[in-house]
Design a protein around this ligand. Structure first.
Ligand code: SF4
Length: 354
């Protein structure tokens, strides 16, 4: 994708995992072929920024060497799978089998249509974007269409692909766009959905978990050298929560850009790159968000968006500040494009208003 600071290249590490060599290769590639910015996205992918037409080919070659590129773009687009970072070997095998089955299916799914393999001890991805979810129920795994309260007993990746085909057959993607939850909200209902998943786990925070340590990243960004050093300590799993899981460790040294303290106010901030990195941006976002961090109460979310598109947090936040040509609009409990309670605020007014 083209952006204000060059091309953005998105990487979908298979299974949401990075071994030491892969993480090192990404850190090196970000510096050699981009502007050094590495971002973790809300779908647990990575993005490198500042790539140029001249550096794109060597970047792809470097990533391909480490198994980070699919055979073709259609396969990679279809492999839109978030895997619970708390996966065991069975979950990893299931995610890999689903990726193969999707690749073979040739289904023309919308670009944003995705799958969640959420079969850890309890569902942890229910607040994250996915159209088809595999979760753990009381009597085994279930397959659930997003928007449905219940799912059907799960008997293999073919069944997940069949549900995706059902979505297309029901007219879920007119003009190639559409999401499962919208189809369900319109009255469609997949057959056999009678089983409930286990209750979702509460939202995750930085700190120790049975599988290792979760560390937070401000705005999802990680400096290349921190990624290198972290990957020397442990294999990594990507999350959609602006956190990485360092597997199997009980403690980590302080590394630049990592947030270990769950009460750190920067964990309450969401912001897209804004201007000038994004050409659609009407204002700076991350500097503004940082300047307001200490005013955001624990448990609340402040989203500062460069425009009404709201890429940095496509959901409701406690307060959203949307940059416009006339200043910041303030939205309460809404998304970046929702109706504003206050309009045209100068950055100097924001602390008082918050
Ligand atoms: S929300 Fe607007 S300014 Fe921010 S990244 Fe998306 S398009 Fe760019």
């Amino acid at each position: 994708m083209e952006s204000g600071d060059g091309w953005v290249v998105r990487i979908r590490p298979p299974g949401g995992r990075l071994d030491g060599a892969q993480a090192q290769a990404i850190a090196d590639a970000a510096e050699a072929h981009g502007n050094g910015v590495i971002e973790l996205t809300g779908r647990a992918n990575l993005q490198l920024r500042g790539v140029t037409p001249a550096t794109h080919a060597p970047l792809i070659a470097a990533l391909r060497q480490h198994g980070l590129i699919d055979a073709d773009t259609a396969t990679e687009q279809r492999r839109n799978i978030i895997v619970t970072p708390f996966a065991d070997a069975q979950t990893d095998a299931l995610a890999a089998a689903l990726a193969c089955t999707l690749a073979e299916s040739g289904l023309p799914l919308p670009a944003k249509f995705g799958f969640a393999v959420d079969t850890g001890p309890a569902p942890v991805l229910t607040r994250d974007p996915a159209d088809i979810r595999i979760e753990r129920g009381a009597g085994g795994l279930i397959l659930r269409a997003d928007g449905m309260a219940q799912g059907a007993g799960f008997d293999g990746p073919d069944q997940a692909v069949a549900l995706a085909r059902w979505f297309l057959d029901q007219g879920g993607a007119p003009q190639g766009r559409g999401r499962m939850a919208a189809l369900i909200a319109g009255g469609a209902s997949p057959p056999g959905a009678t089983l409930a998943a286990l209750d979702s786990a509460p939202p995750q925070i930085p700190g120790r978990v049975p599988q290792g340590m979760l560390v937070g990243l401000e705005f999802g960004q990680i400096p290349p050298d921190t990624l290198r050093r972290l990957a020397r300590l442990a294999p990594l799993r990507l999350t959609p929560w602006r956190m990485l899981l360092a597997q199997g460790v009980r403690a980590l040294p302080a590394l630049d850009g990592l947030i270990a303290d769950p009460t750190n106010p920067r964990m309450r901030l969401r912001a897209c790159p804004g201007a000038p990195a994004c050409p659609q941006g009407h204002g700076r976002t991350r500097d503004v968000a940082r300047s307001l961090a200490t005013l955001v109460p624990d448990g609340a979310i402040l989203h500062v968006s460069g425009c009404a598109k709201g890429c940095g947090w496509p959901r409701a936040a406690d307060v959203t500040l949307t940059a416009t040509p006339a200043g910041f609009d303030l939205i309460r409990h809404g998304r970046a494009h929702d109706v504003a309670a206050l309009r045209g605020l100068h950055p100097d007014q924001l602390p008082k208003v918050l």
